[in-house]
Design a protein around this ligand. Structure first.
Ligand code: SAM
Length: 376
């Protein structure tokens, strides 16, 4: 084991050549994911938080140390992970805990922290409508935990999900996407945004059967994973409204795309169903950013990344200038020039976090192509 510092926590993590060989998983790259999550929890001020798939405990321990949450649960199915969670909780909380049954340990200090050794699905089934903020951070897809998570989180709570099965959601493994997400993925330059929207769309459909609607507080793609903070809304009408924001995407060889909401696609081939609503609540992102400017963060890219997210135009899909150039035999110019050219003729245009070579704009496809051509 070796000690690492992340945020306010100092935790023991296994030493390993490659992170996936370690008996308990810890990925330092994910410090950005945890930073944003800590900021989100701080803004949302939930009472009870669950880190359902906790590994070393780092995420839940940071929630306990760095946010106003009053009660934090850390759970893992692995025996090694549970032992490490106990050790890390003891070190960081500075209190001795006590066993509570066979698989549970509780630390009562300023905060109540519960370490739990169980299948997350079993714990979430036991804790019905208990958590205000529930975090799913699995290996791969979160789908196998969605049903119990939606029952374990309160009906006005927040569900945070990570998905690292990028290849599946981006269409590299089409059958797997159909199996896990009941959706048709797209390949090419829109695959990451479409993958994120397929993930959100899946949660919307799972939630709808419990008469729960979904609002996106913030969703993003980064370092080969997807992350979404989703606010639940109780009631059949809220669920209907969320379902009405699902739809389909089509793209031509030129890169021109169109999308439409609807339960079934109007024409084939279409990609989806996927979420066509917003990927952020501007006020939430701004509050998160404001906090990020004041707080010591673990990852040096967290703040600049949040700045990009805050400025980004929130419209479905984007134009990747490199892909458009390739598809249409054009030269690749400076991104800033394309944005400027579109703004000059009255359209809105910004960079997007999905790709350093892409823009979000309300301009039509032909205007984007025109803006990419060198000035006369
Ligand atoms: N959240 C951690 C972090 O931020 O560092 C990383 C979690 S790691 C990606 C996924 C964890 O889920 C592993 O530690 C694994 O043992 C655990 N796990 C897998 N299946 C589980 C299940 N059914 N119930 C509970 N834990 C499970």
């Amino acid at each position: 084991l070796m000690e690492v510092r992340e945020g306010s926590a100092r935790i023991l993590v296994p030493k390993a050549e490659r992170i996936y060989d370690a008996p308990v998983f810890y990925n330092p790259v994910m410090a950005l994911n945890r930073d944003i999550s800590v900021l989100a929890v701080s803004v949302l001020k939930p009472g009870r938080v669950l880190d359902a798939l906790s590994a070393t405990g780092i995420r839940g321990i940071r929630y306990a140390l760095e946010t106003p949450a009053g009660e934090v649960w850390l759970n893992d199915i692995s025996e090694d992970a549970f032992r490490l969670i106990l050790e890390n909780a003891r070190r960081n909380l500075g209190v001795e805990g006590e066993m509570l049954g066979e698989r549970r340990f509780v630390f009562r200090g300023e905060k109540t922290v519960v370490a739990n050794h169980d299948d997350a699905n079993r714990l979430m089934a036991e804790k019905f409508r208990y958590f205000d903020f529930l975090d799913l951070d699995p290996f791969g897809s979160p789908v196998e935990f969605l049903d119990t998570a939606l029952r374990s989180v309160k009906r006005r709570g927040v569900l945070a999900v990570t998905a690292t099965d990028t290849g599946v959601l981006c269409g590299a493994y089409r059958q797997a996407c159909r199996r896990k997400y009941l959706a048709e993925p797209i390949r090419g330059e829109l695959c990451h945004e479409a993958g994120l929207r397929i993930l959100i769309g899946t949660v919307v459909r799972y939630a709808a059967k419990y008469d729960l609607g979904v609002e996106v507080l913030l969703a993003y793609y980064r370092d080969h994973y997807f992350r979404a903070f989703l606010r639940l809304r109780s009631g059949a009408k809220k669920a209907d409204r969320s379902v009405s924001m699902l739809g389909y995407l089509r793209q031509e060889a030129s890169g021109r795309f169109e999308y439409e909401t609807g339960f079934l696609p109007e024409r084939l081939p279409s990609h989806g169903p996927l979420w066509l609503g917003p990927l952020k609540e501007q006020r939430f992102v701004e509050e998160t950013l404001k906090l990020a400017e004041k707080k010591a963060l673990a990852h040096k890219k967290t703040l600049p990344f949040l700045e990009v997210l805050a400025k980004e135009l929130d419209l479905p899909f984007h134009y990747d200038t490199h892909a458009l150039a390739r598809r249409n035999g054009l030269q690749v110019g400076k991104l800033a020039d394309v944005i400027e050219a579109l703004r000059e003729i009255g359209y809105r245009a910004t960079r997007t976090h999905f790709s350093p070579t892409a823009i979000k704009t309300d301009a039509p496809f032909d205007a984007v192509l025109e803006a990419m051509k060198p000035l006369k």
